[in-house]
Ligand binder design. Sequence first.
Ligand code: ADP
Length: 608
Amino acid sequence: MLVLFAASEVHPLAKTGGLADVTGALPGSLRALGLDVRVVMPLYPGVRPKLKNARRIAEHVPCPFAGSNRPFHLLESTLPDGTPILLVENGGVFEAEDAIYGVEPGSYGDGHLRFAYFARALLRVPAAAGFTPDILHLNDWQTALAALLLRTGVEKNFPLAKAATLLTIHNLAYQGVFPVADLRRAGIADALLREGVLLHAGNGNLLAGGLRAADRISTVSRTYAREILSAEFGNGLEGLLQHRAQDLCGIANGLDTSVWNPATDPHLSHHYDVDRMDGKTACRNALLARARLAPTDGPIFGIVSRLAAQKGLDLALEAMDTVLQQRADVRLVVLGSGEPRLEAGFRALEARHSGRAAARLAFDPAFASLVEAGCDLFLMPSRCEPCGLNQLISMRYGTPPIVRRTGGLADTVTDTTERTLSDGTATGFAFEAPTAAALFARIQDALALFADKPRFAQLIQRGMSEDWTWKRSAQAYAALYSEASNARIHGSAARWVRDILPPDPIEVELPILPHVPAGYGANSLRLMPRDPETLAVLWDLALPEHAEIVLELTDLECAGSERRAARVLERQAFFTTRPDTRYRARLLTSGGQELLQSTVVRTPRRRG
Ligand code: ADP
């Protein structure tokens, strides 16, 4: 099975969040199962220096965008685990600014242009690189549009259109919402800019469009897959997701255990594993020293997180304030940055409990490892957590997490109860209500168990020995790919496309590939009526720019033809036409051999 795996960020080339952790690890695990997976992402300026042995495998691949041709180059390289990665290079589109999603938080910058372009480009990648995927695996709003284009636009004539599409939601809070006018400027046809197609609640919504058209939808935990059907977690898309509930499933993320390993983590001064735990004690002391906290035999609590409302850290602030007041032997180390309100809260907590609470308001991967390793208990009281990575890391590092029972936290942490303690399956503590009181109560339970050394050690041991590798998740994705293939023709997305959208491609363009020189992809020839009396003939050819070609326009109603000489680099020509008449164009070599043929187009009627 050949899978084209598309994402806007892939570790270690580009990362802004957990998405990159998944896209950097899952493809390699799928390959280990025998699937042929190739990753594709945009080439941002920051990525270039990190590429090893990259080579251009196609140049000037034509890509229609916003009314003109914006060709891209295609680079090929490999990820550290050997997975092939293709990079779409278009300086004008992806190098305008360095921040992947724009410089202002939440603005996405020119995201509508970037990712509308990326969607169109990625659909042209297989032909350019010379393979035909069975599955197109899309991730989040940045790639979602491709699912819709593949079923509706010119792209539905591509060989790739036989592929089934899977769209994975990593966080439903981010949907790629843009004003309709922006999407029109990005070259999206009006036929798609309709409520219930690419619009949702009056705005362009790239994720919504993709969710409607994808053959299968997944998200990153079973519980989150259920939660997003409700108004509380659906972020306005719950109705659409309910409609597709039978095509939606949850697969929890794995952990890159070669990176997150307390026995080898280069950020730790002392190493350990489940059979040799001395190193953890050394990390504990190192952490207290680094954070300038007073020595203690009592429990050290840790937080590593984006400081965002979603993470429920206001609950931690309140609950830990009380715990620190009540227990002189408790310590707290916080690592995170984000919302000023929360940063100020943790700074104040540090000041109130000087020497016992420390807040490092930064993004610091080395310190993150030390917190995960040096603490005794980890706090993750998220209001919403699609999957979550930090609870997996903390369990692997022997630091039982205290989590709110939501999303992936509910699926990956086995709560401590009498039963799970006696059958040895407990790995952490979970609480239900998103309140400081509920968290506080669970912290008390954790403190009690911490005092019971043998039973607490059992909890640590179980968490460290669970299988957090990607293999389990990869097996589930492989099964899902087969399901998506079955749904490709008769599934609910296919029916929706048939029912709601016009049967003809939404734009007139023809990517015929008759004599494709090696390394090139989509040659195209299309006809665009400008007015009843003018027809534009537009072409893109993978031939030398100065090569001579012949254009031929045939009036199919009187069967008369007009021929005209042109050069490859001109890319367009205008013909005078009769209104309301069907035309077809051909491109020929100067010797008369046919290169491309267009679809049939009818010129508009004269008004009035
Ligand atoms: P999210 O993707 O919502 O931020 P996850 O728990 O899925 O949350 O993933 C968070 C990732 O980012 C983890 O790899 C975590 O270690 C890392 N991380 C978060 N905040 C920081 C920070 N301040 N410094 C270093 N790493 C951080």
